[in-house]
Design a protein around this ligand. Structure first.
Ligand code: ZN
Length: 264
């Protein structure tokens, strides 16, 4: 009698143990095996919109460009200057050091270019250890602060007006880093149209994406990859938008709405 009762109990025990063993790793797919106690942080990629013009013939669009590292894309910069198209440029300390000529163009056209903070070294503003697209995140609140302050310090040293907006490398954050950066006095710049897929898209698809921006959109693309095909598409799209009657604005010129507590 005792033996009969024990069998289902043993079965149940072994089944649940096996189930737990099979399920446990899957429940933490991103956690590195060496430190299973550290849960992967929840990352957000916030959206940002600007107040619409409400006039379909003049869609209001904020063009934002990231100058992450590397060089300057003169196909885009010269089109912006020649066509007198205003834009917001997010620069890193790292990029500023290598591109004094492009910086000089920005500073000589203050009616066109708003310069904002993209960090000191292009390190993702996530305060827990994680890798995003192969880039190691800041990893601690202190390192997030250093990335943001270091970016602003480099801008001041280069003669740029103190920034009010921050956009981190990869445009991804965890919520505690967002709260920390907001407490430092910044608005955080998400976007609503990914124009160039990190500058990795082809010219025609990039042109199509940006040229089809709608009233109230914030477009993100890159201004630091002069050898990539995407930049050619960006430059063409600027002309397409102008033909459409777009009203180009910088982030400092309009009211905005960001999600994930990035601007409220
Ligand atoms: Zn970047």
């Amino acid at each position: 009698m005792i033996r009969i009762l024990l069998v289902p109990v043993l079965l149940a025990t072994s089944v649940s143990a096996a189930f737990a063993a099979a399920v446990a790793p899957a429940a933490m797919p991103v956690a590195p095996p060496a430190s299973p106690k550290i849960a992967a942080p929840k990352l957000v990629e916030p959206h940002l919109h600007i107040v619409r013009s409400g006039a379909s013939s003049h869609p209001r669009i904020a063009l934002t460009f990231d100058a992450c590292m590397g060089k300057a894309d003169d196909r885009i910069i010269s089109t912006l200057v020649k066509e007198r198209i205003p834009a917001t440029i997010f620069v890193t300390g790292r990029w500023l050091k290598r591109n004094p000529q492009a910086l000089s163009v920005f500073l000589h056209n203050p009616d066109l270019f708003e310069l904002e903070n993209h960090g000191q070294n292009h390190i993702p503003a996530v305060d827990k250890p994680v890798s995003i697209y192969g880039i190691a995140a800041a990893g601690s609140p202190q390192a997030v602060r250093q990335e943001v302050e270091g970016g602003a310090d480099a801008m001041r040293a280069a003669g740029i007006t103190p920034p009010h907006w921050f956009r981190g490398s990869t445009a991804k954050y965890d919520l505690s880093a967002i709260a920390e950066i907001r407490a430092m006095g910044y608005r955080i710049a998400g976007y609503s149209v990914n124009g160039d897929g990190g500058s990795l898209l082809g010219a025609s698809i990039t042109e199509k994406r940006i040229a089809s921006a709608k009233d109230g959109d914030v477009v993100i693309s890159h201004i630091n990859q002069p050898t990539h095909a995407a930049g050619e598409g960006v430059a063409k799209a600027l002309l397409d938008l102008k033909v459409r009657g777009a009203e180009f604005v910088r982030l400092q010129d309009v009211a905005d709405m960001g999600d994930d507590s990035t601007t409220q």
